[in-house]
Design a protein around this ligand. Structure first.
Ligand SMILES: [Ca+2]
Length: 509
């Protein structure tokens, strides 16, 4: 085991890009007053089950401590509830219809070869810009340790950690033999934090903070750290599993009748997930939460390093997940759907010079807003292509109103279009979330519509879309959705293209 451990601790691939602007940047760093650093932490498949979002069971002390220093966004929504489309959107500042990335197989450079990404903007303005782990799309777990589907133009340096979780696949419990990412899979393993991919990633990120400390280099940094947990397989050290006794977990069971008024397109079931027993659910949720708390500890290491290096007072921290995650709600697990559980994400932003600390905002927020926000906070010129809106005014005053509606889109599961034995096709789903309602159209409404009122129905049990009593609200929502689609560049996707998309293996990651 010792030999394996030594090897694992060295299992890091570091790549440094040829820096054509190196001299210019160093000079810039010396002549201008110190600028803010950015620590951009992205989490894979993390939902809002965290202490700072009011969860009474999940232990997330480090994320909660971060929330006390910044603004917690209670109504933040991803633009697509799957890794690659969501990440491509917030990293470019474009909506998914504009990036052209509607599955895990696409690349935003195909449609937008010269788009300036968020980290690229910082590179162009003299920052040292590095990535550790998953920022753009990675197939998890298979691409761990590689650069995944990276965007080389975004970074000066990249680090690809690979830990014990990538080496123990034969031990992992899974609902589908040989599959880990697109299904539910988990493993409790006696091990040390630092043997796992995210522990190695945190160590490498801390080294980058040390070597690229602006006090030494005269150059600010933009450090993007992408943790892999709690994405499946939920592999974490045993001590984190022990924090969640299974009988203390009260899993959500599918409510009888819940699906009666939900359109077929809205329910992307994955094999064997609806039939899980209560005991199986407890075992799976224990592993998910163990992975969350393990990841939280790695976030804590990054924040402690910022403090130790006296960088806290000049570093903006963003903590965000790429999309939400279901643990049994509506009989659904994981992601890919347009319910609140998949669309909503945790988002915390700290600005050391900001007035707010420890406040929560109810402002409707989209992840596409992150790019203009960071450009604003660091006083960089915003590229013209950006479609989001800066959150700087909300950070200044969290009681400010947000957007009228947040847009989340997805390609549906295959739905039967010609009778019960007919062929299955895919349609686009577009959903808006306002402060009170969620309204969703499948296939422009031809394949179903949904309206949920969170004031009276937080669990989305009753679909009000076809209820005559709510006709006025539906009309208002139709109009809001229409304008949201317009600003997001939604165009009719040809049926063939859509079915090609849907047929691709896009669930992993
Ligand atoms: Ca993800």
């Amino acid at each position: 085991m010792l030999g394996l451990r030594v090897w694992l601790l060295m299992a890091v691939t570091v790549m440094v890009a040829g820096s054509i602007h190196g001299k210019t940047r160093a000079a810039e760093g010396k002549t201008k007053k110190p600028r803010k650093n950015v620590l951009f932490i992205t989490i894979d498949d993390l939902n809002n089950d965290l202490g700072c979002y009011g969860d009474g069971l999940v232990k997330s002390p480090n994320i909660d401590a971060l929330a006390k220093k910044g603004v917690t966004f209670d109504k933040a929504y991803c633009q697509y509830p799957v890794c690659n489309p969501s990440r491509s959107s917030f990293m470019t500042g474009l909506y998914p219809d504009q990036t052209g990335v509607l599955s895990n197989k696409d690349n935003f450079r195909d449609k937008n070869p010269n788009v300036t990404t968020l980290p690229q903007l910082f590179r162009e303005h003299g920052y040292f810009v590095a990535r550790v782990g998953k920022i753009y799309h990675y197939g998890v777990p298979t691409q761990i340790g590689t650069s995944g589907e990276d965007d080389p133009a975004s970074w000066d340096q990249v680090v690809n950690p690979r830990g014990i979780d990538r080496e123990v696949h034969e031990k992992i419990h899974t609902l589908q033999e040989g599959k880990f990412g697109g299904t539910l899979s988990w493993l409790n393993i006696e091990s040390d934090d630092l043997e796992h991919t995210d522990g190695i990633g945190a160590t490498e990120a801390i080294k980058l903070m040390e070597t690229h400390d602006p006090k030494k280099t005269g150059q600010p940094f933009f450090l993007a750290v992408g943790f892999y947990r709690p994405h499946t397989p939920y592999v974490a050290p045993s001590n984190y599993f022990e924090m969640y006794p299974r009988n203390a977990i009260e899993p959500v069971m599918e409510k009888p009748g819940d699906r009666d008024d939900i359109p077929e397109a809205a329910l992307p079931d994955r094999p064997k997930q609806r039939e899980l027993t209560k005991e199986q659910r407890q075992e799976i949720i224990q592993a998910y939460y163990a992975s969350v708390t393990y990841m939280d500890a790695q976030v804590g290491r990054l924040l402690a390093a910022l403090k130790r290096l006296d960088l806290e007072k000049n570093t903006i921290v963003v903590f965000v997940s790429d999309h939400g995650y279901h643990l049994g709600q509506h009989g659904l697990w994981q992601k890919s759907d347009l319910f609140e559980g998949s669309a909503r994400v945790p988002l915390i932003i700290t600005d050391p010079n900001g007035k707010s600390g420890g406040e929560t905002t109810e402002a409707i927020t989209e992840l596409v807003d992150l790019y203009p926000t960071l450009a604003d906070l660091c006083r960089l010129p915003k590229p013209k292509h950006l479609k989001g809106r800066s959150l700087a005014p909300i950070l200044e005053d969290p009681s400010q109103p947000g957007k009228e509606a947040a847009l989340t889109v997805t390609v549906s599961r295959g739905i039967r279009v010609k009778g019960p034995q007919g062929k299955r096709e895919r349609v686009m789903g577009y959903s808006i979330r306002t402060p009170r309602y969620r309204y969703t159209e499948w296939g422009n409404g031809k394949n179903g519509r949904e309206l949920y009122d969170y004031l009276s129905d937080p669990d989305e049990f009753t679909n009000l879309a076809e209820d005559p009593e709510h006709a006025t609200t539906v009309e208002q929502m139709e109009s809001l959705l229409k304008s949201a689609k317009k600003r997001a560049g939604a165009t009719p996707v040809s049926e063939n293209a859509l079915n090609e998309l849907g047929g691709r293996p896009q669930l992993e990651g």
